[in-house]
Design a protein around this ligand. Structure first.
Ligand SMILES: C[S@@+](CC[C@H](N)C(=O)[O-])C[C@H]1O[C@@H](n2cnc3c(N)ncnc32)[C@H](O)[C@@H]1O
Length: 191
């Protein structure tokens, strides 16, 4: 069966992340992706995880509690657009994940926004290593979601092909606006 956007996002991360790498969960929510990233980079790696809701930080902290990777994650109660305050420019980021939209069973008015998403993407691209990937899963059925989807699509389409491979994965015959995936992969510079 073809994987859902969610499953494919995890596959794309698993393909590149190795023990000791540095990764970013730009939208930690309940911490499912944070835990996956931590498992992949292991105890010698590092994961930066961002969210603007304290419940997300608390839920993720609980999820990581007493796992071997508890110390490998830096939980940041702040927006991903403020990434430069937490992640120095010279940090070699191997992978990052965004789940755009709102946190299910939580405050549906707290949504990711086009301008802040774009700012975070700009900052991540500056730190992404060659062969590194940024995976974006856009849930867009809510108010404001379409606008964010268009912003992300335009952003991805405008990236120069000399520097990046950009993938778009979506089911085009499904009802109820299933999530749409984008993956930006940095190419190795030519000699
Ligand atoms: C779709 S949910 C993420 C789900 C998460 N990946 C998980 O495993 O549960 C989107 C999350 O983005 C958060 N968010 C909204 N604006 C944000 C921002 N500027 N920076 C970081 N997180 C933000 C929301 O609070 C929400 O928890």
């Amino acid at each position: 069966m073809l994987p859902t956007a969610l499953h494919y996002s995890r596959q794309l991360l698993k393909e590149v992340l190795q023990t000791g790498d540095i990764a970013v969960d730009a939208t930690m929510g309940n911490g499912h992706d944070t835990l996956l990233l931590a498992e992949l980079v292991g105890t010698t790696g590092l994961v930066y995880a961002f969210d603007v809701q304290i419940t997300a930080v608390e839920n993720t902290k609980k999820r990581l509690y007493e796992t071997p990777w508890e110390q490998s994650v830096q939980l940041i109660y702040d927006g991903h657009e403020n990434l430069p305050y937490y992640i120095p420019l010279e940090t070699p980021i191997k992978a990052a994940i965004f789940n755009l939209g709102y946190l299910p069973k939580s405050d549906k008015t707290v949504i990711t926004l086009p301008e802040t998403t774009k700012k975070a993407l700009d900052e991540l691209l500056l730190r992404l290593v060659p062969k590194g990937r940024i995976v974006i899963v856009a849930y867009y059925g809510h108010e404001g979601g379409e606008r964010e989807l268009q912003t992300v699509r335009q952003y991805c389409e405008a990236l120069p092909q000399e520097k990046y491979n950009v993938l778009n994965y979506q089911f085009i015959n499904q009802k109820n606006q299933p999530p749409i995936l984008f993956c930006i992969e940095k190419k190795k510079p030519r000699n």
